[in-house]
Write a protein that binds this ligand. Structure first.
Ligand code: CU
Length: 270
């Protein structure tokens, strides 16, 4: 390359790297990364569903998602977030089934995973990730799974916010339940038979618990982690903000004896 062209190129790079704001003007990230920072509205995900390699169950499908920038180029890098590059939540339209899985990163913004769907029908898929040099974001889509459908359940608020999962009783208490303000959610775990408090929770993906919240219509998604330094139970405390009033389902996920278990509660936010 001729020296003069090289200098012009270098100058162009320097100028574009500095952007309009001088770097000394801000104490945050340098201007270069600010100007390239990926905002949620500049990232899109395209989803596809195909038959899985194994044909043992007819509703086993391969979910493929491709994370792209507004210019069509793939998002190349992802930040490790709670031990994973991307968290995928799959919820049936009636909110009766829930899975939280971790697709494999294939490079070029592509992630893939095989998943067994309990029945045919519509599912809400939510990809939760942080592009390198980008904001945390959640991208949602409805996908249709062909196959025999089951009768859908009504989403009705639970009268009692407690349930038993494999001998473990999970109770949910909410303080200051209202929309658009932080609500304190406390899950308390006890042994169903002995009533003893369970104090041997294990960290699951780097937190004592995870909470996923979805509105009845599947349009509003909230994902929070237990506040730090909470030990091992019996309480796991979270803070979540419901974006508006309405009916929501709240799934709490915990781990004990290397087993992850999920408790789901339907609540009405006034
Ligand atoms: Cu996850």
């Amino acid at each position: 390359m001729n020296k003069r062209i090289f200098c012009i190129l270098l100058l162009t790079l320097l100028v574009s790297a500095c952007g309009s704001k001088p770097a000394w003007d801000t104490e945050q990230a340098p201007a270069a990364s600010q100007s390239q920072r990926l905002a949620e509205e500049n990232v899109m995900v395209s989803w596809s569903l195909s038959d899985a390699a194994s044909l043992d169950a007819n509703l086993r499908k391969r979910i493929r998602l491709e994370v792209k920038k507004a210019d069509g180029n793939p998002v190349e890098g992802f930040r490790l977030n709670h031990e994973k590059l991307l968290h995928l939540i799959v919820i049936s339209r009636d909110l009766s089934t829930f899975s939280h899985i971790h697709p494999e990163h294939k490079g070029n913004g592509v992630f893939e995973i095989e998943n067994s769907f309990p029945a045919g029908g519509d599912y809400r898929v939510i990809a939760d990730f942080i592009p390198e040099n980008g904001d945390p974001m959640a991208k949602m889509e409805w996908i249709q799974v062909e196959g025999k459908q089951v009768e859908t359940q009504q989403v009705v608020p639970d009268e009692e916010l407690a349930q038993v999962i494999d001998g473990k009783r999970v109770a949910l208490a909410m303080e200051g339940l209202t929309a658009r303000n932080p609500v304190k959610l406390t899950f308390t775990l006890t042994d169903e038979n002995t009533n003893q408090e369970l104090a041997d929770l294990e960290p699951y993906l780097g937190a004592i618990g995870h909470v996923v919240i979805l509105s009845e219509d599947g349009e509003r998604y909230v994902h929070v982690h237990a506040e730090e330094g909470q030990g091992t139970g019996p309480d796991a405390v979270f803070e979540a903000t419901f974006p508006r009033s309405g009916v929501y389902k709240i799934w709490g996920q915990f781990q004990r004896n290397k087993q992850v278990f999920t408790a789901g509660f339907v609540v009405k936010v006034p």
